[in-house]
Design a binder for this molecule. Sequence first.
Ligand code: MSP
Length: 635
Amino acid sequence: MKRFYVTTPIYYVNDLPHIGHAYTTVAADILARFHRLLGEEVFFLTGTDEHGQKVEKAAAERGRTPKDHADIMVENFRDLWRTLNISNDAFIRTTDGEHKAVVQELLQRLYEKGEIVKRPYKGWYCTPDERFWTEKEIRDGNCPDCGRPVEEIEEENYFFLMSRYAERLQQHIEQNPHYILPESRRNEVLGFLRAQPLGDLCISRPKKRLSWGIELPFDPDYVTYVWFDALINYFSATKYLSPGSLKEGWWPADHHIVGKDILTTHAVYWSTMLMALGMELPGNIFAHGWWTVDGKKMSKSLGNVVDPFKVSKEYGVDQFRYFLFREVTFGLDGDFSESAIIGRINSDLANDLGNLVSRTLSMAFRYFDGVVPQPVTLQGEIGDRAAQVPLRLKAHLDVLAFQKALGEIWEFLGMLNKFIDTEKPWALAKDPEKKKELERVIYTVLEGIRHIACFIAPFMPEAGEKMAEMLGLEGLVRPGVLSELRWGGLEPGTRLRKGEPLFPRIEKKREVPDMERETAGEVKKAERDDLISIDEFAKVELRTGKVLEAERVEGSSKLLRLIVDTGEKRQIVAGIGKSYSPEELVGKTVVVVANLKPAKLMGIESQGMLLAAGEGKDIAVLSPEREVKSGLRVK
Ligand code: MSP
């Protein structure tokens, strides 16, 4: 059986989890779930980085031992992964005894091979960042990275002779175009390697300065540098945390997913460490971008850190997961805002996907009593496309192109939505001679939804399950399903189940930023000479009306022809077809401008107008807040 091994960085146990941690971990989760659905044996590893000065200091401030402090803090991460439906197979902590033993074993091996040597060392040390800088690198006595003061330290230390591997590393990156992705980051690393000779890496800290670390097996006066310890987690975990019965054979990893800020440590330190150990290199190191918030850098001091617990509670776990990977290309920076996530939920999830499922199920209940009909023929081109989707998803996900993978699924569901609109099952249902056709149409869409449930499950596991349940197919989303899916595999006679809407629309007023609010105020004073009197308003006759019939206007994606009862039946042509399907509108009470001069739209007379807000795909029709009679005057 093919194996697939994916990792996230191990997170500093001191930090509170934020959107950045959630981002990498959900990315790895999508890959892990996808490969399980392909039938592969998967090892998905995440965990925490628990040694080093920051943990030691934070613990001391709280009067705890570093380990007690870590034991408390680690729960924040475990909780978040449970909340976000993360399916990690293991959770490594660098304080695990087994991990420490592997780190010491590898250090000893490198030392015996002469890859680690002791040297006097003088340099500028940034305590908060736990790293040395050279004279040239520091800026006015401050750390070039965080800007805080550095101190000059002279001491003996152990060095890993990283410089020996500079050329081999460069060659490896050049010969393996997918080793570092995205390409822009690969070029950056190559540029860095070509620009200057690679130095050696100081991998020890004297215990007198830092004791919270793994002791060097060949010198008890030192502990190892926290990055040296941390990077080894990817290998040590395969020794004691891998799933399944076979314990060997998990190394190397297929993907290390990391943020762009920690690419060098992975691409350079980790790769050369493995070379020196004579071990295989991972298949790929992928550096993703950073999230900003409303266009600003996320930081504790600005108080704008996005809390993934809060966002997923407010908008839904699947919704949050979807947003992270649909909104921006993995590898580029992205901007988080409430309006962006609401926009995605309403257009892609509520409108495209949620609507497809709800209208199909309601038709299946209306026309076939909620039982999957038996089609005489299958819909060819939709089936062909469905069969291609898993392969296309694989091609995209092999290079972590999550956005393209989602685009692929959305194209397929777009095909189904269009199919419904052109086949018009509601019209077929009126003609008893078209029963066979109606069966074919409803079966095709239900079968398409069964496929979509499997396609989206890695991204939105709950929605995948819920869709399967609605189809009466619990257990559909199981290991291997993506390799076994067959068009036409949905059993006629299967009993469907009505469910809650998958993705309710989110109605939220857009907050007006301060700037806009001020300008709006000025406009009011200076330019509002267009006010109308109450009498003028009273000339507009607004009435409630119940939609009796609705259908799409042929040749238009926007226009719907409605028959509305406003005390009298009238025909109204409304440009809301991108936001509403005809079935959704039937039975709804709306507000109509009843004394508008009739006009022709695409040759069809419209006797009035519907009130609605928004544009394009985001139109919301106005409807009285509770059930009222048709024909009432709205004032
Ligand atoms: N402990 C190291 C990793 C060791 S791996 C052997 C570490 N930990 S961390 O807690 O700081 O990791 C944070 C991860 O979150 C990094 O991948 C980083 O890129 C990512 N992010 C931190 N802020 C981020 C954003 N604003 N946006 C996206 N990701 C960000 O580094």
